[in-house]
Ligand binder design. Structure first.
Ligand code: PBG
Length: 333
């Protein structure tokens, strides 16, 4: 017989042995209700255009987007996010198509709302990059510098245009100063009292956005970078100031973007502020998982669920992910 002192005081493996026990002590849960599904809209009817750098993701025409929304409802995904691939001949230096009430985005919003009403939330991105000939998120001066205050005035028009079409959540992704407050005031003045704002509060100038720019057709157009308005990846304290400002200006929820490389930011926001925090697992992150799986470096489904759980563990209320439908199906199985 062994001496009692030769045994460990405790055995943390004990609760890990069986499935029922692991389920009993599990600290975080992931469900389809945690997911927001970003979708790309394009012109035409019955159109599906695969995106080479985002294998498994396509642009869909408005009629097809309505079907994707039905799929989301069926899967228990509460909200979809829309991004337009604006026709080349509708892109201008000033991005005026952004506040055309009949633009692709507005037609998609109206079609989804007509078909599905309040069964699903529609989140719309506010920024000029899918509408400009230079691919920047705002108006530029002679030197190509993105000017702040004039851009905010245009973003307000864009946001109101989307809300008029039926958008439920306005999501400014432009990183101009003062835009959340300006949009909130304009929404109130236009009787959109219950339209929410989810601000891209801590959005970094990231190398992970490449495939998204292919999807909205802005990659070839973009000269230079977005470092004079999106955040420096080296900074954390500054993200706290961004979030504090957006909350003070009336944001209903805040977002951290990209996702996985910035979970430290999610955790700090969660601990410091009492507001729902979302993370955007961006296009380059999606592409990384798909590429790893394609060369046999890991199991795609397991990688998807593990990364999404990591967001929940970090404190996210929800995650924008191109894997939303895939993940919801896995969670249901
Ligand atoms: C537009 C916008 C971008 C993304 C979301 N909204 C691109 C950018 O800032 O250049 C990126 C999303 C992704 O990579 O999945 N302002």
């Amino acid at each position: 017989m062994s001496d009692i002192s030769s045994f460990p005081n405790s055995r943390l493996r004990r609760t890990r042995v069986t499935g029922w026990s692991r389920a009993m002590v599990r600290e975080n849960m992931l469900s389809p209700a945690d997911l927001i599904w970003p979708l790309f809209v394009t012109e035409g009817e019955g159109v599906e255009e695969p995106i080479a750098t985002l294998p498994g993701v396509s642009r869909w025409s408005v009629d097809q987007i309505v079907l994707r929304a039905a799929e989301a409802i069926e899967l228990g995904i509460p909200c979809i996010a829309l991004f337009p691939n604006t026709q080349a001949d509708r892109r201008t230096e000033d991005g005026a198509e952004a506040f055309n009430p009949d633009n692709l985005m507005c037609r998609a919003i109206r079609a989804i709302k007509q078909a599905h009403g309040d069964k699903i939330g529609v989140l719309t991105d506010v920024a000029l990059d899918p509408y400009t000939t230079h691919g920047q998120d705002g108006l530029i001066d002679e030197d190509g510098y993105v000017v702040n205050d004039d851009t905010v005035a245009v973003l307000v028009d864009q946001a109101i245009n989307q809300a008029n079409a039926g958008a439920d959540i306005i999501a400014p992704s432009d990183m101009m100063d003062g835009r959340v407050g300006a949009i909130r005031k304009a929404l109130e003045m236009n009787e959109h009292h219950n339209v929410q704002i989810m601000s891209y509060a801590a959005k970094y100038a990231s190398a992970f956005y490449g495939p998204f720019r292919d999807a909205v057709g802005s990659r070839g157009l973009l000269k230079g970078n977005k470092k004079c308005y999106q955040m420096d990846p080296a900074n954390t304290d500054e993200a706290m100031r961004e979030v504090a400002m957006d909350i003070a200006e009336g944001a209903d929820s805040v977002m951290v973007k990209p996702g996985l490389p910035y979970l430290d930011i999610v955790r700090r926001v969660r601990e410091r502020f009492d507001i729902p925090v979302f993370a955007y697992q961006v296009s380059g992150e999606y592409a990384m998982i798909e590429a790893a799986a394609a060369v046999g470096a890991g199991d795609r489904d397991a990688l998807v669920l593990e990364t999404l759980m990591a967001f929940k563990r970090a404190g996210c209320s929800g995650i924008l992910t191109y894997h939303a439908a895939v993940a919801a199906r896995l969670l249901r199985a």
